[in-house]
Ligand binder design. Structure first.
Ligand SMILES: Nc1ncnc2c1ncn2[C@@H]1O[C@H](COP(=O)(O)OP(=O)(O)OP(=O)(O)O)[C@@H](O)[C@H]1O
Length: 246
């Protein structure tokens, strides 16, 4: 498997505290990966480094077929290169409909004049319908985002991310605050997306991780403590000691 994202030997300290410590991690083109670990293990900092929000002190982060370094790229360039991030709390435009939210997120031409001249076309309608269908909101297109359930807002935001045509999606605690039915739909959605994208899910809910049925990376003190199936990492005495056995 060739890696889409390759993090190697990355370290990052905050005021002398090593939040990320010689971390190496890679993910393939179409793969679902769960990242778990105790509070403070470095999961958020890892995502911040991949998306360019935080710059590491050491190490390398490489991307795509050309093994391009992400470390000199701005956050905006990294997003354009195909890395999308979904934060824990949904940030949709509550007063706009599902359709309007998706239209705003579509890859429209950039620059002030292009944006002023830009009009929705038939192609836009089709893309909006397709995105809504992918995230299970095809029958909610005319509803204001503010009226959607918490789970539906999360799916809308995933649809908005997909509008940007990412190759890698970083998803932070998607299950938090969801009903059981919503969690089940979200697992199905993430698994479907991972057939054509790399999807990295940071999650504390072990039941949710089990349903994802994918390779799991356990972080602890900024490094990989264990990696493999959930059963494999759950049987690791170190993982039980620092995380699962608490
Ligand atoms: N900007 C910062 N300044 C100082 N310390 C920081 C900063 N960002 C993170 N840290 C520290 O780095 C460590 C790793 O934090 P991080 O948020 O990446 O962990 P996490 O695994 O995401 O935890 P959680 O599961 O609680 O979200 C923590 O001890 C945190 O306090």
């Amino acid at each position: 498997m060739t890696a889409l994202l390759e993090v190697s030997g990355v370290s990052k300290s905050f005021d002398g505290f090593k939040a990320i410590n010689n971390l190496s991690f890679s993910i393939g083109e179409a793969e679902l990966r769960a990242v778990i670990g105790p509070n403070g293990a470095g999961k958020t900092t890892f995502m911040d480094i991949v998306t360019g929000k935080t710059r590491p002190d050491e190490g390398e982060v490489r991307w795509g077929e050309k093994s391009q370094s992400l470390l000199k790229m701005s956050e905006a360039r990294i997003a354009q290169a195909g890395i999308g991030r979904k934060f824990q709390r949904p940030t949709v435009f509550e007063d706009q409909t599902v359709t309007e939210n998706l239209i705003m997120a579509l890859k429209a031409p950039r620059g002030p004049f292009a944006v002023m001249r830009w009009k929705p076309t038939r192609d836009t309608d089709e893309r909006v319908s397709d995105l809504a269908r992918q995230v299970g909101l095809a029958d909610q297109l005319d509803r204001r985002a503010g009226e959607l359930s918490h789970g539906q807002k999360q799916w809308l935001e995933i649809g908005m991310l997909l509008a940007q045509e990412p190759r890698l999606l970083l998803v932070d605690e998607p299950a938090a605050g969801m009903t059981l039915a919503e969690r089940e739909q979200t697992t199905a959605l993430l698994r479907r997306l991972a057939e054509t994208h790399a999807v990295v899910v940071v999650e504390h809910d072990m039941e949710f991780v089990r349903r994802l049925n994918c390779k799991v990376t356990v972080l602890h003190q900024g490094s990989v403590l264990a990696e493999g199936s959930l059963d494999h990492v759950s049987a690791n005495p170190d993982v039980i000691k620092v995380y699962l056995g608490r």
